[in-house]
Design a protein around this ligand. Structure first.
Ligand code: GCB
Length: 575
């Protein structure tokens, strides 16, 4: 789905600001723990200058299900909380006049939604939303709602991908779709605004001379200017798609960007902050990126859902590498609030994660890839976080999803993020993927406050993965909770020293294992979770506090990462 933009033929208004709000049930129902539908409403005036154009309304995210009404007419409904949807409302509104826009949002999660969850009724008769993922179920409208003006005959999709690169020329494939009868014309525009090459036709290739590559640390971007031209030669629509010229490839145990081995240094993140919850905030976004740069990070993972499109736009510009994840987190009955144990029943079953769950998961994969595939920052799709992966039925569940991701995007490798209950010999699905993503907590959930034992077990396990699979390994999570200001001279969990020492121990091990091509600490910052006995006003594994102040571990990372020889190079490894 195209991100809305202004051009010679297009316009948009952000409908940000305060809306009227009502939760669907009684007034004393505390909104924070509300389960079910809420309603947002406001009056919108269609700009008078938009006459002759089609008018759309676009919701960047309605978490987890949204319904849009223009006056009393239902114009769109969508399931999936982190991807956009839109409706053509041309026939229902008039330029210069107002209409009533109402958006209903439900936060309910079931076995058949992505992410999954379930409803419980407590002893007081109160219905509660339970879920198997470790972050607060912030819901509602966390991103922009837009009113959009587009020509009636218009460009509806653009896909750009680098086929090959050489010093003197890059070959870039493109594909555009349009409604109406016009022809497509494209031009590649460089950062100075100069047309460097052009082509005609809805699909084809362009050869870019002396390309300035997008690379880690170097956010070099081009634009593909796409024009829809009528038979009369008149330009009906113009859309400018930013893109980067770069290749991604997995070869043996190496992860290559532009043919060069890349080592991921960075974080699993969350869209989370005090007061605003998951709501988009440009100042926070810029601040987070500068803190990541300060720490020497070159990458992050959009744990555990697709982030706002503006986040990826900034990563493109900043040359920050992204592992882009669906919201498929919690497809695992063996994990509860971070504590892992054997599940008592099958996860993939008609009354649990079933064909309808998989269909929702397929939608999540499709919508993620269709939204984000033009971002050069995205180098790897993560189609699930910590699903049950040892049950043989996991293979049946995941094989069509992996195939779908490859079909939608043959240019990027795919992964899923594994948790420890499926080991190198029991993981039934790792073979479907190109990269092994591991989330490991030796020294925390296992061997707590015993780093010597944790080091031995971590090393043994990583060696076993490397022995059994000829694939690159990215450690997508490792870390420990730390309460800021808590200190100890002893090996004492929850202290700042322990968090830093644990990371240091992991780094020693990573540097001994050749197949490890990345380390992403869990987490960038402390974040809110549902209340529980192992969470202290949220998850404290941040190396920054929730208000973005560095703990001791952040300084440790800066020492290791900010001194690395170049943006993408591996640290000094015993290779
Ligand atoms: C995990 C999950 C992550 C949790 C983390 C933890 O494995 O992927 O969502 O927050 O562990 O801290 O327990």
């Amino acid at each position: 789905m195209l991100k809305p933009q202004e051009s010679e033929t297009r316009d948009q208004r952000l409908l940000d600001g305060l809306w009227s709000f009502r939760a669907g049930r009684s007034a004393d129902d505390p909104v924070r723990m509300h389960v079910g539908w809420v309603w947002y409403q406001r009056t919108v005036r269609v700009p008078a200058g938009w006459s002759g154009q089609d008018v759309l309304v676009r919701v960047d995210a309605a978490t987890h299900e949204g319904r849009v009404y223009v006056d009393d007419a239902l114009v769109a409904s969508h399931v999936g909380g982190y991807t956009p949807f839109e409706a053509d409302i041309t026939g229902l509104v008039e330029p210069g006049l107002t209409f009533r826009l109402t958006i209903g949002v439900s936060n309910v999660l079931t076995n058949e939604t992505i992410p999954p969850g379930y409803l419980e009724t407590d002893a007081a008769g109160q219905e509660r939303q339970a879920y198997r993922h470790d972050f607060f179920n912030y819901a509602g409208l966390p991103r922009h709602v837009r009113l959009i003006s587009v020509p009636h005959e218009r460009i509806t999709d653009v896909v750009v991908a680098t086929r090959s690169i050489a010093a003197d020329e890059a070959v870039v494939d493109y594909r555009a779709a349009a409604s109406g009868s016009g022809g497509i014309r494209v031009a590649v525009v460089d950062a100075d605004g100069t047309d460097v090459v052009s082509a005609e036709g809805a699909e084809g290739e362009v050869r870019v001379p002396s390309p300035r590559l997008w690379a880690p640390g170097e956010g070099n971007l081009y634009e593909l200017r796409v024009e829809l031209v009528g038979a009369d030669g008149e330009v009906r629509d113009v859309y400018r798609q930013p893109f980067g010229i770069r290749t991604v490839e997995v070869r043996g145990t190496r992860f290559l960007i532009n043919g060069e081995p890349f080592y991921f240094r960075g974080f699993g993140k969350h869209e989370d902050a005090d007061v605003r919850g998951r709501g988009i905030d440009d100042a926070l976004l810029v601040h987070d990126f500068s803190l990541m740069r300060w720490a020497g990070a070159n990458s992050f993972r959009t744990a555990h859902y697709p982030y706002a499109e503006e986040v990826l736009d900034l990563a493109d510009r900043a040359g920050v590498v992204v592992i882009d994840e669906t919201a498929a987190v919690g497809l695992n009955l063996g994990i509860g609030g971070g504590v892992h144990g054997a599940a008592r029943r099958a996860a993939y079953a008609p009354d649990m994660f079933n064909d309808r769950t998989r269909a929702a998961h397929a939608d999540a994969v499709r919508e993620l890839i269709e939204r984000d595939r033009n971002h050069p920052c995205v180098v790897l799709w993560s189609i699930a976080n910590e699903p049950e992966a040892a049950e043989p039925a996991a293979r049946e569940y995941f094989a069509p999803l992996a195939a779908l991701a490859r079909e939608l995007d043959p240019t990027r490798p795919i992964a899923y993020m594994n948790e420890a209950m499926a080991g190198p010999e029991t993981d039934a699905i790792v073979g479907l993927f190109d990269v092994i993503g591991l989330n490991r907590y030796y020294g925390w959930y296992q061997d707590n406050a015993n780093l010597a034992a944790a080091e031995i077990r971590l090393q043994q396990e990583l060696e076993s993965w490397a022995r059994h699979h000829d694939k690159p390994i990215v450690i997508a999570e490792y870390g420990a909770d730390a309460m800021p200001g808590l200190h100890s001279a002893f090996e004492q969990s929850w202290t700042e020293e322990y968090q830093a020492k644990l990371l240091e121990m992991y780094h020693r091990v990573f540097d001994r294992i050749d197949a490890v091509v990345g380390e992403q600490v869990w987490n960038f910052a402390d974040f809110q979770t549902s209340p529980g006995i192992i969470r202290v006003d949220g998850n404290r594994k941040g190396v920054f506090t929730r208000d973005r102040r560095p703990k001791a571990a952040a300084h440790l990372l800066r020492t290791r990462w900010a001194t690395a020889p170049s943006a993408g190079a591996a640290p000094e490894q015993g290779r």
